[in-house]
Design a protein around this ligand. Sequence first.
Ligand SMILES: [Zn+2]
Ligand SMILES: [Zn+2]
Length: 639
Amino acid sequence: MINIKFPDGTVKKFDKGITPLEIAKGISEGLARNVLAAGVNGKVKDALLPIEEDADLVLYTWKDKEGKSTYWHSSAHLMAEALEELYPGIKFGIGPDIENGFYYDVDFGDYEFTKEDLKKVEKKMIELAKKKQSYTRKEVSKKEALDYFTEKGDEYKIELIQDLKDGEITFYQTGDFVDLCRGPHLPDTKPIKAVKLLNIAGAYWRGDEKRKMMTRIYGITFPQKKELKEYLDLLEEAKKRDHRKLGAELELFMFSDKVGAGLPIWLPNGTLLRKRLEEFLVKEQEEAGYVQVITPHLGKKDLYVTSGHYEKYGQDSFQPIHTPREGEEFLLKPMNCPHHCEIFNHKPHSYKELPIRIAEFGTVYRYEQSGELHGLTRVRGFTQDDAHIFCTPDQLKDEFLAVLELTKKVLSKLGFEKYTAQISLRDPENKEKYIGSDDNWDKAEKAIIDATKEIGLETTTELGEAAFYGPKLDFMVKDALGRSWQLGTIQVDYNLPERFNLEYIGADNQKHRPVMIHRAPFGSMERFVGVLIEHSEGKFPLWLTPEQFKVLPVSDLYLDYANKVLSELKSAGLRGSIDNRTESVGRKIRDTELKKIPYMLIVGEKEVQDNLVSVRKQGEGDIGKMQILEFAEFINKQI
Ligand SMILES: [Zn+2]
Ligand SMILES: [Zn+2]
């Protein structure tokens, strides 16, 4: 007999060799139908794999991320099986699950696989899934594995097998399709009820552009048709909110091939938006005791050798800039921290001055691969809402708490109410991997955990995910469509104070090392604005939006009055402009609606006579007439 411990802590005895699926059946048939995979001693396994010794057991269903990833990875096998039936002789690369769904890389030989083919494959997948084929696991020797794929003629699988150790190789078979895979998979294909193949793209074998370009087919599957429909509706909605599309329509930002890929150019509207965000942050940070600095966009290469950033970014990023002077080299800064360490170091400090909080909207440059670039969310030059806090180890918790509070306040002001945090701690089994004393690490980790508890932040904890130089916390923010984005990070650092020899004089009159905290609530202005556009659908809060109103004269006759309205509202502190084109007022309303400007002020003969404006609200229509200053008050009251 073996002891199986369940997540609620209860322990039950079972025969050795029982499978998680059998255990589920013993609990209820309903549960057994829903079990997709099992967690055995912390590892995700097939629900059909016998358990041979005492174990902690979790039964994963669709509700769990482990259940979903097993389900989607198994769907990749099902797609490959369908493809092989429809296009005999094709070869397969890899087929993993991804955040939403799965893909498989396929070499179709001479056949040109297009989007037109997808329907046929979807139909075949449903047909095969209905057969309730099991995912049969078989352990094979390296020789057997190589023989099988040599006979099949799939050089990709052969290459993958060559990297594997003999004795650790498994095949999984569904129907006639055999795949090299370590698993885990579903017990059978029956739970796969709804299929959508979403996209095809080119993908180099093993990501190497010198090698074969394969066809990557993306798909997603669900246990219910209803869930697929909801997902497709969500995709449709996400497309409408795509910040690249809205960014162009609202004239917020652009890219230019001549300037360079991944280097965003902020247009006047986007600049207004960004400036207001920056002003807002500066104000919040000043209240929280930060000082603002400005440092250059580049620094001597040696600076980044000292900081260790050259080692990290040097090879794969922008290369050093040479000057007419022999041997002189500069780097575009990949991080602001080294500059801020130099600021700390420019004069001696007493413990009485700490904490010192240095903030900067610092622009940094990193060479992202061109395939990774994506609108404003993945760029090569971006401005961090950065700050570095230099404090004593004892101040760490209060500082961390204050940063969390600031971040929370800032996110809520921008309409993000749902977020969680991931705390990355060191691996307690491998303490020697990390720099800084045991005592400091314990203190820092406890400080982070206590601070998140105190503020009531929902967290997940990852052991072993900390950087070698300190624990950190990442904010995961949910947008209006329920998608998660990683935004701000708070990172404790024991490394840079060492590297830059930072010191303060303590109450004991001795020299001490300060602790450094890196923090950026938004992450970067670019990424944050990208996410904000998608979250708000480009309908920014009134206090932030580049233009709060547009004056729409019914004809050119009323331009003078329109100008008077504009100038009075500007004097009252509002932001707006006039649509002075010779267009019908209907056309002007439609265009202003598309620009998502919150209010339209229509002025014609009647309005001029009574010294009024007719107010329309974006998306809602006419809300009545107001006096000019009455409208200003109406707006200011909402901010
Ligand atoms: Zn697999
Ligand atoms: Zn930093």
